[in-house]
Design a protein around this ligand. Structure first.
Ligand code: F0G
Length: 458
């Protein structure tokens, strides 16, 4: 595969520091074998997340200077509203400081105890926000999503039969909203097809249920539709996005992904009455409805980012870059999820680290090894993040996949950085038996992975 070519040149640089191996070993121990606790300055290549880590363009930086910091009705809100309306067709825009604030406001307003929210696969904050309101967060993705080797092109699709039987089981009145996450982050950054979106909408219409996108990576999803779905090859990304959003009643958005900004998010929707109710809560928790927890300049950077993310040369490079990392690992015999996702490559830790039992967090052990080996930070998306305990027996219930995600910040790293990270993983694979299992010493009641403290076994 060809090295991807970056469709930008570098105008400003941020030095990276490579610290010695012995020091890294001490740092990961001091961090309780939890990569979230390592100081960012001690990381050489940070593939922890693609969220809020983008490099902004000169156009976006210039936009910051046009920030209107008026408390009410600042001009940047109207620019953002215009941009969001143009892409989504949703009339009402409610800015929030990031995605989970949007989720919290939406779910606080529409959920009651015992309700259910189906999704292809809930991201962890979405799940936690649903469960916090004592409702059920149900995953209804197609079975292939759980098979890392299945090469189906739209592995993020909703299984419509699973969705319909959930609707029948719960009753439509207990399902205030159906969500579809584009791309499906927790299932490997896999796209959802336009046909599946259309059919999900039809099902929601049949039962009179609202349909929302978790739209963090909507542009990447649209690029995959253009590449893989019949009838979309000659359409622009924007036209594809407009069609995609036309099927939904609204969306929550973390603009820290496809908004190409370091902070920001929003809810956008059609229903005026619901928008009013959401704004009431927004004022209580985030801020006045035209800034929602952000500065005017942040709103400007977001609206410019949303324009830029639709550019095809950018998206081509973006998806190629991720595929390049996947290809490097695949060539070296490292089991990775296929097809390659949009924003990240997911290593199948269950397959790579076979000598560590599930109860000892093989994926987490791999993230520890990556930091030790190369100062590379990746995140486990598996047992540490999602395993739960049976309410009666207390036994662990593990998720189907134990993955390690190498997420690629947008416009930040070059092809050589990715080659460096891939080399570190290849060296780990050559000496895989050296990896040790982990046990939990401390865990919080929810979102365990952020703050848990672990120790090495043996
Ligand atoms: N939904 C999805 C699909 C996400 O990937 C995220 C964040 C959120 C919602 C929440 O947005 O962080 O702005 O509050 N994902 C990040 C990640 C954290 O690393 O994948 P947020």
């Amino acid at each position: 595969m060809q090295r991807p070519i970056e469709p930008f040149r570098i105008k400003m640089v941020e030095p990276l520091k490579m610290i010695g191996r012995q020091e890294r070993d001490q740092i990961i121990r001091d961090a309780g074998f939890n990569i979230f606790k390592i100081s960012a300055e001690s990381v050489f290549i940070d593939l922890l997340t693609d969220s809020g880590t983008s490099a902004m363009s000169d156009y976006q930086w210039a936009g910051l200077m046009t920030g209107d910091e008026s408390y009410a009705q600042c001009r940047n809100f109207f620019h953002l509203q215009e941009t969001v309306q143009d892409i989504t067709g949703f009339d009402h825009l409610i800015p929030t400081h990031q995605g989970r604030a949007a989720e919290s406001i939406l779910f606080s307003t529409i959920l009651k105890e015992g309700d259910c929210v189906p999704n292809n696969i809930h991201f962890d904050t979405t799940r936690a926000n649903v469960e916090y309101r004592r409702a059920e967060a149900l995953n209804t993705v197609i079975d292939e999503a759980y098979d890392p080797e299945s090469e189906v092109p739209f592995k993020g699709n909703i299984d419509l039969e699973k969705l319909e039987s959930a609707i029948k089981q719960y009753g439509a009145d207990r399902i205030p909203v159906v969500m579809v996450t584009v791309t499906n982050n927790s299932g490997g950054g896999q796209p959802v097809s336009m046909e599946n979106i259309r059919r999900t909408k039809e099902l929601c219409r049949k039962y009179d249920i609202m349909f929302f996108f978790d739209a963090c990576r909507f542009a990447e999803n649209c690029y995959f539709i253009k590449q893989r779905e019949k009838g979309y090859q000659d359409k622009s990304i924007k036209v594809i996005a407009q069609e995609m959003f036309s099927y939904a009643d609204g969306c929550t958005m973390s603009a820290k992904k496809d908004g190409l900004v370091n902070i920001g998010g929003f809810i956008a929707l059609r229903d005026e009455d619901l928008a009013r109710r959401l704004k009431n809560l927004l004022i209580l928790t985030e801020g006045f409805p035209t800034y929602g927890g952000l500065a005017g300049r942040d709103l400007e950077a977001m609206s410019r980012g949303l324009e830029e993310v639709l550019q095809e040369d950018y998206l081509h490079y973006r998806i190629q870059q991720t595929a390049y990392l996947g290809w490097l690992l695949d060539q070296a015999g490292i089991p990775v999820m296929k097809p390659f996702g949009g924003h990240a490559i997911y290593v199948d830790a269950k397959k790579l680290v076979t000598h560590i039992p599930q109860s000892q967090f093989p994926g987490q052990a791999l993230t520890v090894a990556l930091y030790r080996e190369g100062g590379v930070r990746a995140v486990e998306v598996g047992n540490m993040m999602f395993a739960s305990r049976h309410t009666e027996t207390g036994e662990w219930i593990y998720p189907d996949l134990d993955l390690v995600r190498l997420a690629i910040p947008r416009r930040v790293y070059t092809a050589s950085h990715l080659e460096y990270a891939a080399d570190a993983l290849v060296r780990i694979k050559e000496n895989i038996d050296a990896l040790k299992g982990l046990k939990i010493i401390y865990e919080p009641p929810f979102l365990r992975h952020f703050t848990a403290i672990l120790s090495e076994i043996g």
